[in-house]
Design a protein around this ligand. Structure first.
Ligand code: MG
Ligand code: MG
Length: 626
């Protein structure tokens, strides 16, 4: 199936859209009439531009309110169609997309609609054109693909075929089994869109919340399996109306679109998506966060090392050829990079002290890299000194890196190969209660959230949780968790539309999206917090009112309540278990650490997030007024 996208899916003017569509690597494009009307250039020029970019003009759309009209509207509808045919000849496309009639003047009856389409088919045939008929989910008489298919079947005209649009089908919860029995050569166009499940009228739902396959909740893999049985081999075209996309980068959205189509075809038997289709390795199993790399300049490197040491980390080694040190505690590896050139340095210049990379342990680093590249991730490569191991990497959120490691290749020995063992350091000793990276939390522009959701869930075997709205003193923050089934890797994507949230302040101070916090699991959070404080780590103070509230809410024992309050530990409980959280002060106004202890609890303490945000805001105000 050819990959295609409707111009309406992207922001920008028609020329920008076409360039982005071609750059992303689509095979074809659907031209939306409005994009043509607002463009200053003739339809002939537009058609030529499309062909020069190596794209196929799949269809011109939409043609509205056609079938079932009484006279004199019927004659006028045919006249309008003839004018569209003229335009199509200039553009150089042979397919007109007709949406089912929404006009109150239109008359019902499948035979009447079939006769109109057959007559339109005759007129189209004279010019070598074709008609594709779509059931809008809010169509006046025809709103179900089974009816539009019946109309096309009765029209029985070689130049009249069917459009299947997954939004219209799924918005009305129409059973999709019947698709499999439609002959593939009578389907002229397939439009795919996903959407979150929302209770609202289909028109508003469609106009604002459509999204790329994989970003919403529709069972599109089932749709594809049914479609595969028809033998259809025409265009698979994205038709997305989405408010986030309209305020996002044209190029990024176009690339996300192609990624979503490749992902949609992945693993569906009998379907190849794209002219240059390849078979993808299976989804990568993300096992755990193997390391977090911090890019800092020298003066901050020292205070970060002091912080790590105070948190119970031990300096394990120094890189053999770079100004890079390795800090370890149980399964947590931290890397401090203060090289004067290279990626981390460049990242530091833009963002200040920051997390520039996260290393993920996967089942197979090479296969993960292949899958990521097939799904259009940007690979990252830098010079590898003799004796060093090349670690595969791709660009992640905000241009930071995601490295891949595994246990089956030479990557398993990277620490020993690249680092000289450090002499035991004299810093404060703890019994090493911190065990692993529990989760990594990214802050990003609200418009980027769907993009990174698709990125992480398409490349890795990570599932998404329902999104949450977290109140910050300055507005709402939207939070989306993606995680491995066993919880080995948990990532949180946060975005906010309000410029006044701390989230948004992070983005402006940080000059972009990136890691804002790293949560570390502790085997005994009370002891961890006590040790941190003893070693001079400032823990975020939590107001007394919070403890009054949770005492009443959870009926906690006075003893537990005292211990929570004395240590500034937040508490949550659900049907599965209990959760304890404490936060470090923000390092260099950039990132902070969270200590967590899970007792059979699988959430993230969302109920506590507003408390944490308000406390951080208070602390920031105190620090800036000092
Ligand atoms: Mg459509
Ligand atoms: Mg957290």
């Amino acid at each position: 199936m050819l990959t295609s996208i409707a111009t309406v899916s992207l922001s920008g003017d028609l020329r920008e859209k076409l360039d982005a569509i071609a750059d992303a690597g689509f095979d074809g494009v659907e031209i939306f009439e409005n994009d043509l009307l607002t463009f200053d250039g003739s339809p002939r020029d537009v058609g030529q531009t499309i062909r020069d970019l190596g794209l196929k003009l799949v269809t011109f759309q939409p043609f509205r309110d056609f079938e079932g009209m009484p006279e004199p509207q019927r004659t006028r509808a045919f006249d309008r169609a003839e004018r569209k045919f003229d335009l199509m000849a200039e553009l150089g496309t042979d397919l007109l997309m007709v949406c089912s009639n929404v006009s109150p003047q239109s008359l019902g009856g499948l035979d009447r609609a079939a006769q109109d389409l057959a007559e339109l088919g005759d007129r189209a045939a004279k010019r070598g054109l074709r008609i594709a008929f779509e059931a809008l989910s809010w169509g006046r008489h025809i709103s179900d693909y089974r009816d539009s298919w019946e109309v096309v079947r009765r029209a029985s005209h070689p130049n009249v075929g069917l459009v299947l649009d997954t939004f219209h089908i799924m918005a009305r919860k129409v059973p999709i089994k019947a698709i499999a029995s439609i002959p593939g050569d009578k389907i002229f166009l397939v439009q795919v869109a996903d959407a979150p499940i929302l209770e609202m009228d289909p028109l508003s739902w469609s106009r604002h919340f459509r999204c790329f396959p994989g970003q919403g909740d529709f069972p599109l893999a089932d749709f594809m399996r049914n479609l595969a049985q028809t033998g259809y081999d025409g265009p698979l075209s994205l038709e997305i109306f989405n408010d986030q996309f309209r305020s996002s980068s044209t190029k990024t959205v176009a690339k996300d679109g192609l990624r979503s189509l490749i992902y949609l075809g992945d693993g569906v038997e009998g379907v190849t998506v794209g002219a240059k289709a390849t078979t993808l390795p299976p989804k990568a199993e993300a096992r755990h966060v193997e390391f977090v790399e911090f890019a800092v300049e020298e003066e901050n490197a020292e205070s970060l090392a002091t912080l790590f040491s105070a948190m119970g980390f031990e300096k394990r080694g120094s890189h053999r050829s770079k100004a890079v040190t390795w800090w370890k505690q149980n399964n947590i590896n931290f890397v401090i990079n203060c090289e004067k050139d290279g990626f981390a340095h460049a990242y530091n210049i833009v963002h200040g002290p920051s997390v520039c990379a996260v290393g993920l342990k996967v089942n197979d680093a090479g296969a993960t890299m292949n899958r990521a590249e097939a799904l259009l991730a940007a690979p990252f490569r830098q010079n590898v000194a003799p004796g060093e191991i090349e670690m595969p990497a791709i660009r992640g959120v905000g241009g930071s890196l995601i490295y891949f490691l595994d246990d089956q290749s030479e990557l398993a020995s990277i620490w020993d190969v690249e680092f000289d063992a450090a002499t035991p350091d004299a810093g404060p000793k703890t019994s090493g209660l911190l065990q692993a990276v529990d989760h990594v939390s990214y802050s990003m522009q609200y418009e980027e959230m769907l993009s990174w959701l698709l990125f992480f869930t398409a490349i890795f075997d990570l599932g998404k949780m329902p999104t949450l709205d977290i109140p910050d003193p300055g507005g709402l923050v939207q939070s989306q968790v993606v995680q491995a089934r066993d919880g080995g890797v948990r990532l949180i994507l946060n975005g906010s539309q309000s410029p006044n949230t701390q989230h948004s302040q992070f983005l402006s101070e940080f000059f972009g999206s990136g890691v804002q916090h790293i949560a570390l699991s502790s085997s005994d959070i009370f002891e961890s917090v006590a040790q941190c404080r003893k070693n001079g780590v400032e823990i975020l103070p939590i107001p007394e009112n919070y403890y009054d509230d949770i005492e009443a809410r959870f009926g906690l024992s006075p003893d537990l309540l005292d211990r929570l309050q004395a240590n500034n530990i937040l508490y949550d409980r659900d049907d599965d278990g209990e959760y304890f959280q404490a936060y470090s002060k923000t390092f260099a106004s950039r990132f902070f650490f969270e200590l967590v202890e899970r007792r059979d609890y699988r959430g993230f303490g969302a109920a506590n997030a507003p408390i944490r945000l308000a406390s951080q805001k208070r602390l920031n105000r105190r620090d800036t007024s000092d």
